[in-house]
Design a protein around this ligand. Sequence first.
Ligand code: ADP
Ligand code: MG
Length: 271
Amino acid sequence: MTDTPGENPMTCPVCSAPATPPKCGTCGRPALAPFEGTDLLVLDGVRHTYGSGPGEVHALREVDMRVRRGEITLIVGPSGGGKTTALLVMGLLLKPTAGQVRLAGQSMEDASESERTRARLLQLGFVFQQFNLIKSLTARENVMVPMRYAGVSKKHAGERASEVLTALGLGHRVDHRPADLSGGEKQRVAVARALALGPQVVLADEPTANLDSVAGQRVVEKLAELASANGTSVVIVTHDTRLAPIADRLLRLEDGALVEQDVSAFAGGHP
Ligand SMILES: Nc1ncnc2c1ncn2[C@@H]1O[C@H](COP(=O)(O)OP(=O)(O)O)[C@@H](O)[C@H]1O
Ligand SMILES: [Mg+2]
């Protein structure tokens, strides 16, 4: 290839064809200008207070955090410590009371609601405790939903959904509906849906809380493995310290403040 610098097409995360902004000419996925930095998601002096007056709750007090490319970050801490609030802020689902959120170098402070929605769709992936699958749709169709919403053709969305589900060990379940899947399988469908569009960061809130420990461990290991292979970062908030062995970084959020912990201190006692 003899492309001039700056005009190199990137590889489309959905169909693997060369793609140049504004969108992939093959499958239709919007193509974003590449971000070359390593800090994909940055929180600077983030504070969040719920309510006001005597009932106010300081859920986040002064949180600084950097999510680096390809890194798996685990945020642990007690119930009520601010984990969900932190994840909602990172996921652009909640505007903090104070402080800055930067996604792929872009400040989100002045972003419009439609810009935030677009960033959530194309740059972030979400996995929740309750799976949040659509009951009437098959596993493949559930994974296709955000891709179709992003403008990916039906054919390419279907192919990509099957590919990601197969990578998660669900190749034999693509036509099953949620009612016919185990908890671990449902969560793997949710992981496939979060990864399908090729996000920069996947955010997971207590992803193992509704699973037994073996199923939970497997789901999170698989998420970490597929994400790292693509340079996707993962942030998991949980009170389950058994997940620590898969993490590159371990942070503790307690009473709205974040403290870095030594991963190896937790990794020792696990098979
Ligand atoms: N919508 C809300 N309104 C008022 N207080 C809230 C709201 N959401 C969370 N809180 C409070 O903020 C604190 C942090 O909650 P949360 O972020 O859910 O913690 P965690 O996920 O670690 O359990 C808790 O004291 C909680 O009661
Ligand atoms: Mg929570």
